[in-house]
Design a protein around this ligand. Structure first.
Ligand code: BYC
Ligand code: FE
Ligand code: FE
Length: 470
């Protein structure tokens, strides 16, 4: 179904046929635009950005490229094509037809999932709003803005569900999504990682690798939902998510490449003096972003997660390709966690362990990109390996939060942690150092000295293309 661009709010959900809903969204939109002006990318309102805009949801036509001023970006509501007679694949309602309306008894739980998902989207835009001032290139600036407009569209996607399916309390939640602020102590964003700062581009590249990847796994689980509008919304969002993770993987890879070049050129590990970021410091940033992203999966054993699954609201990653009964009443799953001061691996109820199951899939995916970064280091003939820290390292949520664990998985005392945390996580001085490298480079085709150019441009454009016009 093509997206109707003659509408004030482009959509493939036939808004024109639902005047009440259209009016509700048109009432929400000024508040959204005000939020974008106040909390969106700084000093970006008048710049023309070479952006991709979704123009239809089919495989060929969903991406059109052209210069757009961001406040004029066509944020819209796009659901993936419906699947005829789609059946719920898991939980107590397995085999039933998917729902087009919210089942009354699951309303609260479903609203909570939609609100939690929706809250992360504007949060990330807020976290990244200062970065434009220190972009390493026009290519990177354009990608930042692309990610920002798409995260804002993801907010629209969740707000559509709230307005269309949750009545008055849905409208109130949609308003509240515009009022919470990342890092604000009075009215913070809901999940931990989305209240952290993203003060520099290295943090941002790690964020898009590790934290947007949580988005991939959560969205894929919600894409299995028995509530079909949520499933279809998330399926379309996943197509955009791929680019965010591409920014992270290639971005960190380019930093690694540049560091290796400097190491070879100057025959030293300490490339900081030459304007690079040494591998040990990259490892510390990796440790930080991986551990705060692991927290986003919730507790190891969670009755919330079990209920969402049994209710048919949130499935597993690749639910349908799993070879089991998809109800999990009897199934067991091995979970590693600290019990009475010792790390133990025990078979637990698979239903209660769903957060851990998803975290395991996520961890394996994270490791694949790290292996690709290590190939760059190896190819440069350098003897160093980036590694994912142990899952218990630096955790704030779940059983691991009760103890201190080093990156290799050894339990340590509070005192040891305090003494050694600076070996594993970026220190204030190191963050300041990275901050000092962040200077805006905006000549077309030029790149900051701490990051290598990408292999190719966006949409077959050359690297010296003017991706953002002043
Ligand atoms: N921070 O039963 P538990 C994305 C709370 S990212 C703070 O284990 P549950 C994106 C929890 O709410 C994807 N609080 O939790 C990426 C609960 O509170 P109550 C976002 C936390 O419910 C980049 C209590 O602790 N999508 O899209 O099983 C850029 C007990 O926890 C945290 C989703 O998250 C935390 N990290 O699992 C832009 C999907 N973790 O009940 C966008 C929707 C837990 O005691 N959300 N708590 O008040 C969910 O599925 C679940 O809410 C969670 C938590 C998986 C997050
Ligand atoms: Fe998103
Ligand atoms: Fe994203």
């Amino acid at each position: 179904m093509p997206i109707d661009y003659s509408e004030a709010i482009p959509n493939n959900v036939n808004l024109a046929g639902d005047r009440r809903l259209q009016r509700a969204l048109e009432q929400w939109r000024p508040g959204f635009l005000e939020w974008w002006r106040e909390m969106g990318p700084m000093n970006s309102q008048h710049r023309e950005v070479y952006l991709r805009t979704a123009t239809s949801v089919d495989a060929q036509g969903w991406a059109t490229f052209g210069y757009v001023k961001m406040p004029e970006y066509r944020w819209g509501i796009f659901l993936a094509e419906p699947e005829a007679d789609r059946k719920i694949a898991f939980g107590a309602h397995r085999g039933d037809l998917a729902w087009n309306e919210v089942p009354g008894e699951y309303r609260g739980a479903l609203r909570r999932l939609v609100v939690t998902q929706g809250d992360t989207e504007p949060a990330s835009v807020e976290q990244q709003r200062h970065l434009g001032a220190t972009c390493p290139s026009l290519y990177d600036l354009r990608n930042l803005f692309q990610v920002n407009v798409e995260e804002a569209r993801h907010l629209w996607a969740m707000v559509y569900l709230l307005h269309a399916h949750f009545g008055r309390d849905g409208r109130e939640e949609a308003e509240a999504l515009l009022r919470r602020r990342s890092g604000n102590s009075d009215n913070p964003r809901i999940l931990g990682a989305f209240n952290e700062r993203t003060p520099d581009w290295l943090s941002y590249l790690m964020f898009t690798y590790f934290t947007d990847r949580d988005g991939k796994y959560q969205l894929a689980s919600l894409a299995e939902s028995g509530f079909d509008p949520l499933a279809r919304t998330c399926r379309f969002m996943l197509t955009e998510e791929a680019h965010h993770m591409f920014v992270g993987e290639t971005g960190v890879g380019r930093v690694v490449r540049r560091t290796c070049e400097l190491m070879r050129e100057h025959d030293t590990d300490a490339v900081g003096q030459y304007g690079g970021i040494d591998l040990k410091l990259l490892q510390k940033y990796l440790n930080f972003h991986y551990s705060v992203s692991l927290d986003l999966f919730g507790s190891e054993l969670s009755t919330n997660a079990a209920n969402y699954f049994t209710m048919g609201l949130k499935g597993r990653f690749n639910e349908e390709s799993r070879d089991d009964d998809h109800r999990l009443n009897e199934a067991r799953y091995a979970v590693e966690r600290p019990i009475d001061g010792k790390i133990e691996r025990r078979e637990e109820s698979a239903l209660l362990a769903l957060n851990e199951n998803l975290r395991d899939s996520y961890a394996a995916d994270c490791a694949r990109g790290v292996a690709r970064w290590n190939k760059i280091i190896q190819a440069a003939g350098i003897d160093f390996e980036l590694v994912l820290p142990h899952r218990g390292f630096n955790r704030k949520i779940g059983d691991w939060s009760a103890i201190k664990v080093g990156p290799a998985g050894e339990i340590i005392s509070e005192a040891d942690w305090t003494a050694r945390a600076g070996e594993w996580l970026p220190t204030t001085a190191e963050r300041e150092f990275v901050g000092s490298l962040m200077r805006s480079v905006v000549a077309p085709g030029k790149f900051a000295g701490w990051i290598a150019p990408p292999a190719r441009g966006i949409n077959h454009q050359p690297l010296d293309f003017e991706y953002v016009r002043p």
